[in-house]
Design a protein around this ligand. Structure first.
Ligand code: C3B
Length: 755
């Protein structure tokens, strides 16, 4: 690759010196540079190709990431710095794509990066949502969801001339395809993210400020939003239409490309493997069978055999709400042909296994999508050791008895290119200095452990935290006008808002801490508790939790006795960009889900990698983090997943009894104390209060006391900075396991078998 000379490029493109160029034009210059470099990379072109189909790809901004992967980042950064420019400011001109929601989508994005980095032939396939999930605004301390208009200004989509017809029950639509290049780190080749769109889409269906739209106009609305509201029948149907549209396009593309590479379709499994990311893409199974039989003349039985050897499924949750079940009648409406094939697959499964627990179609004519994946895929994996064990022993046990060989664990991972190299340059260069640069491609950070008692290294590590905090504080000041004290302990919980993740438990801790400070117990360092996350618009209690957090934030900020010591901040419209600013700055990583409910978590890995200490229940991948770093370098608390499962099984959990303990009642009742309620929305606060007191389905009150004690221990430990930084260093040194390169190698060696 030719060397970069930004000075020359500035002169050529704009006739001015690099020093004189404004940030917007530098941004344009860099976009063009990356596009040109990326365009010259040939596609990976192995015989067998992976199709990673996912409803979400939470890819984040791409400019810096792509410069890293193309190997020009350091050079560009140095030249810009020398000319007096700041890459962070330049990046502000990039719009973050809105193609994902949470961990599932971010995982898919990390995986694409690692697949390309390992030189494997594999594309992501999804949809091009014009207004994304939604953009989160805070109005009157409540979440307001507005359309996220990211498409207008993006520079990353490249048109592709593939276009397909997708036939629904009573009409057909035409697709168009756009691609996003995915270069691999240290590779001269690339893969792509393929995003299907609707040729007849009509953006005008969405009125500027609201995410409501006519859900019946399928031929116009199919690719407007990710996860459109499914609280009514029309919304549920729309989701099925979207899913079928996504997989029909994916299957047609896969077959076309396999034929191009020489497949006669009887040998399709030698040319393609499909990873089904959660149940949303499940209909790819009947769709591939349909295409092979009706369009390509293959017998039904053979088509089933082919598909059975090329489709694998990842389960990302045990929450019933996310394990999709659709009424057969709805599937019939969307695609009678697909519904017919599902009925046949159900008959085959029933003939093979006469057990209603594993039926695809149950006695209410409901189709269990995950069941289809397991019977007709060759692999099913969970995303952390504990999660996979729960699938095998409990949630999917009847399937495990039938197909033990199909089950495996693939603990999630994160790409270090984005989450250290890009997000935390100070830490990246410290690592380079101390252990050499190999970690960037191997993910091996273990040598850092040799420096656990090296005072100089520990001091430099502490300095990287100070630097990351300064960047985060600047970001929060700019974006939200919040001033965060430079000496504050940064305590962070960022993730989708959900009762099982228990943001409400952290809110109860905040109330406890507030009262404690009111009682005169002033912390040595101020504590800033940062939340970030969106709540599904139809999920009322999650909205109520956001409201409680925002109301507490305001209440505390207005109390001069407490404000100097405690601050609550909620990031508006939390996304990948915000994550890149806040995670490197964190001292404490909050991973406090009810044990057994968080399949894995991936922010836990990002925090650990960036030197935050984890405060957690033994849930998801926290269990593996705890094993790696040892008890003295992590803070665990709370009921175990076994205890929790038992409580659910016995039906003996009694929120009311716990609520009546005086110490707990004080905290819960704070939510409805009249003065506090008067500053917020009484209906929301009352409903949340009543829910915690009377139901508390995710058992915040079970763990709250131990949580408070543990957190106080964490805060006290922070005061001994030498020991704290040593713990941070041990965490970083052990984070290598969670490189998504490791995860993807395992997927490839054990499931995909790409060469
Ligand atoms: C998430 C889970 O909640 C996380 O525990 C897990 O780390 C990630 O997936 C990735 O495996 N998840 C999600 O974001 N959306 C879903 N619908 C289901 C799971």
């Amino acid at each position: 690759m030719p060397q970069i000379n930004l000075t020359e490029l500035a002169e050529q493109s704009f006739g001015t010196s690099l020093e004189q160029l404004d940030d917007r034009r530098i941004y344009k210059l860099l976009v063009k540079l990356v596009q040109e470099r990326s365009a010259t990379c040939p596609l990976n072109n192995g015989k067998k190709k992976l199709y990673y189909i996912s409803a979400e790809f939470l890819i984040g901004k791409l400019l810096i990431n792509n410069m890293i992967d193309l190997g020009i980042y350091d050079e560009v950064k140095d030249q810009l710095t020398a000319a007096g420019h700041d890459l962070n400011k330049i990046e502000e001109f990039e719009v973050e794509p809105s193609l994902g929601n949470g961990g599932l989508g971010r995982l898919a994005a990390c995986f694409l990066d690692s697949i390309a980095t390992l030189g494997l032939t594999g594309d992501g396939v999804g949809l091009n949502y014009h207004y994304g999930l939604f953009r989160q605004r805070f109005v009157d301390n409540q979440q307001k969801a507005v359309p996220d208009e990211w498409l207008g200004e993006q520079d990353i989509l490249v048109d592709d001339d593939h276009s397909y017809t997708v036939e629904f029950g009573d009409f057909a639509v035409t697709s168009k395809l756009v691609n996003i290049d995915v270069p691999g780190y240290g590779q001269s080749t690339k893969n792509r993210l393929r995003l299907f769109d609707l040729a007849s889409v009509d953006d005008g269906l969405v009125p500027g400020s609201s995410i409501d739209f006519d859900k019946t106009e399928i031929a116009k609305n199919l690719t407007l939003f990710l996860y459109p509201d499914d609280s009514d029948e029309q919304g549920r149907l729309l989701r099925i239409y979207q899913e079928y549209f996504m997989v029909s396009n994916a299957a047609q593309l896969l077959i076309d490309e396999a034929v191009e590479r020489g497949s006669n379709l009887h040998d399709l499994a030698d040319y393609a493997v499909v990873q089904i990311n959660d149940t949303h893409p499940t209909m790819v199974i009947p769709e591939l069978i349909r295409l092979l039989t009706t369009e390509h003349g293959i017998e039904f039985d053979e088509a089933v055999t082919i598909v059975r050897s090329m489709v694998a499924y990842t389960n990302h949750t045990i929450l019933a709400e996310a394990l999709e079940k659709w009424p057969l009648a709805s599937l019939q409406k969307v695609s009678p042909a697909i519904a017919d094939i599902i009925v046949k697959l159900d008959e085959i499964a029933k003939a093979e296994h006469d057990d209603p627990r594993v039926a695809i179609i149950d006695k209410h004519d409901t189709v269990h999508m995950a069941h289809m994946d397991i019977h007709f895929g060759f692999s099913i994996n969970g995303v952390a050791a504990l999660h996979t064990k729960i699938l095998e022993d409990t949630e999917l046990h009847p399937f495990y008895e039938i197909y033990p060989e199909k089950f495996s664990n693939k603990t999630n991972g994160i790409t270090f290119r984005r989450w250290v190299h890009g997000a935390n340059p100070a830490l990246a260069s410290l690592l380079d200095d101390v252990i050499g640069t190999d970690w960037r491609s191997t993910g091996d950070l273990s040598k850092l452990a040799n420096f656990a008692d090296d005072k100089d290294v520990l001091e430099r590590l502490a300095a990287t935290k100070v630097e990351a905090k300064a960047i985060m504080r600047q970001f929060m000041a700019l974006e939200q006008g919040v001033t965060i004290p430079s000496n504050a302990i940064i305590d962070v919980q960022v993730k989708r808002i959900h009762e099982y993740k228990r943001q409400q438990m952290l809110a109860l801790y905040i109330i406890w801490k507030y009262l404690d400070i009111k009682n005169g117990n002033r912390p040595k360092h101020p504590v800033t508790i940062i939340f970030g996350g969106k709540a599904a618009p139809a999920y009322t209690i999650a909205q109520d939790i956001i409201h409680l957090i925002l109301t507490l934030s305001q209440w505390i900020a207005n109390d001069p006795d407490v404000a100097p010591y405690l601050q609550v901040v909620m990031i508006e419209n939390y996304n990948v960009t915000a994550a890149e600013r806040v995670i490197p700055a964190a001292d404490i990583s909050e991973q406090i889900s009810l044990a057994s409910k968080e399949a894995s978590g991936t922010s836990n890995m990002k925090f650990m990698l960036n030197g935050a200490l984890t405060l957690c229940t033994l849930d998801g991948a926290n269990v593996e983090i705890a094993e790696l770093v040892g008890d003295e370098n992590i803070y665990t608390f709370g009921a175990s997943s076994k205890q929790v499962e038992q409580l659910y099984a016995d039906g003996t959990y009694n929120a009311g009894a716990l609520y009546r303990k005086p110490g707990i009642k004080l905290l819960v009742d704070f939510i409805t104390n009249p003065a506090f309620m008067a500053t917020g929305n009484a209906e929301r606060l009352q409903r949340l209060h009543d829910d915690i007191k009377g139901k508390d389905w995710f058992m915040a009150l079970l763990d709250i006391e131990e949580y408070i004690q543990t957190k106080e221990r964490v805060l006290a430990d922070y005061e001994d900075q030498d020991t704290w930084m040593r713990k941070a260093l041990i965490n970083i040194a052990n984070a290598g396991t969670f490189s998504s390169d490791r995860t993807i190698s395992q997927y490839n060696d054990e499931i995909w078998h790409l060469n």
